[in-house]
Design a protein around this ligand. Structure first.
Ligand SMILES: [Zn+2]
Length: 211
């Protein structure tokens, strides 16, 4: 089986690939006259080298040229390569869509706009908290998830008094959507340190991404 394939491929590799035409009068005359006499002895001439061969031959015994395009394609080494690589290509397409990270947030970072930020203080059982409540608007055409909020807290003197960062895995923001948000932080300092919050979105993941 494999040696047969090897012979065919080898024969093909050592023969020219292009198609020639050899419509000699003698060639056709031999073909027609011999057919009338005995079909098993019928001859045809090679399209490439113009030498004679049995009419049933699919490959020229002299120059190894395949006599029709379909046979040549079937026995072309590229055909086998294609056949074996098709499942691989299909797998690669599946994997690339599965692991597609989607759009890069850095390209769109100016298209998410934060406004109307206010601070709300609270106390849980274990700690004091400072939460920022505000409005978030996605002006891009991409929907985002896993939005990473970064907050700088300034005191009354305009000095940066604390910094907080939080990734909201459950928070999704559709393309063109305006929504409210709240990010809460453990507060280590007095309330007077938390006068003005400045919120930036430092990271987000395209919602089409699975990861
Ligand atoms: Zn030939």
């Amino acid at each position: 089986m494999f040696s047969q394939i090897y012979d065919r491929i080898h024969g093909l590799l050592t023969s020219p690939y292009s198609f020639g035409h050899c419509k000699t009068r003698t060639g056709y005359r031999i073909l027609t006259t011999s057919r009338r006499m005995d079909p098993s002895l019928a001859k045809k001439t090679c399209k490439m080298c113009c030498l004679e061969m049995p009419e049933q031959a699919r490959k020229c015994p002299h120059c190894h040229h395949f006599q029709n395009r379909w046979t040549m394609m079937m026995f072309h080494p590229g055909f086998a390569v294609l056949l074996f690589s098709l499942p691989l290509v299909a797998m690669m397409i599946v994997f690339s869509t599965f692991f597609d990270p989607g759009e890069n947030y850095a390209t769109y970072k100016d298209q998410i706009v934060i406004s109307d930020c206010q601070i709300a203080f609270g106390n849980t059982k274990s700690a004091a908290t400072a939460a920022v409540i505000g409005t978030i608007k996605n002006t891009s055409k991409v929907s985002w998830k896993d939005i990473k909020f970064h907050v700088d807290f300034f005191d009354a003197a305009g000095k940066r008094a604390d910094v907080g960062q939080r990734e909201e895995y459950s928070y999704g923001l559709a393309a063109g959507e305006t929504s409210s948000f709240k990010v809460s932080f453990t507060r280590e300092y007095p309330e007077t340190n938390y006068v003005k919050p400045v919120v930036r979105i430092v990271g987000a993941t395209d919602m089409r991404s699975r990861w």
